[in-house]
Design a protein around this ligand. Sequence first.
Ligand code: SF4
Length: 296
Amino acid sequence: MPITYDMPLYRPPSEGANLIIQATIGCSFDRCTFCSMYKSKTYRARPLDAVFADIDHARRVWPEAQRVFLADGDALVLPTDDLSRILDRLAAAFPALERVSVYGTPLALNAKSIDELTRLRQQGLTLVYLGVESGSAAVLKRIRKGATPNTMVRALDAARAAGLDVSATVILGLGGRDLWQDHIDATADLVNTSPPTYLSTLQLRLEDEVENDFMARFARAGTPFRWQDDAGIIAEQERLLAHLDPPAPVIFRSNHASNCLPLAGTLPDDRDYLLALITAARLGAPLLRPEALRGL
Ligand code: SF4
């Protein structure tokens, strides 16, 4: 049977050319107030037989596949034994397999012991995409992330201890005009404390279906949300880069289509170069992505 995906199907931009196997449907957490990705789905783990059938079909049509992404929203939440069986099946199906990646929530990472994560790493899981969003306790609470800065650091530490690469995302504009400095400073502190392998920025956009809930939680906390404009977002990028000083190299990207100012480099080495680009953009260099080309 050909693979039939349960739509919508989301994957990180860097997985666009890779094989996608749906191990779960939806997001087991599904409470972050800014996120509308899986609102149309009820979370469930797919039966292992169905996952194996997809792998077997993919092996027949794409035996040379080298990279696999396990969807949907946080397939890392699956029991370790189930993930282990999926990884074994992938290794057997694709002799050239180099990378298996997955979205993971901080809750899912912290629910597994380092021994379990190490076992998954040894069986071929290489990369976890982690939505950090912010290092600010105030912002994490307002967006109902289900994590604090401490539990986020614990999740990053555990992944690194297990030998897993982590691709972390933070969302520019997430604190609005009133919390932006705390949002950025605390995010830089978090990255400096426990650096991921990759750090990407997104720029906040809200779908209509989640905007009211998002706004309501900021208002209830006494800081009604006010959107950042491009100048505010660039100020956030500048402050973040100025404060980032990770103890190990971090590959930094602001090139997701949601960002108004695309940037790419390795920190801390490229920090001055990236800050110079920001200064040039502020002085009028044509570096900003046109509004019509921005999106999620
Ligand atoms: S954990 Fe990720 S996929 Fe799930 S609701 Fe939050 S942002 Fe969305």
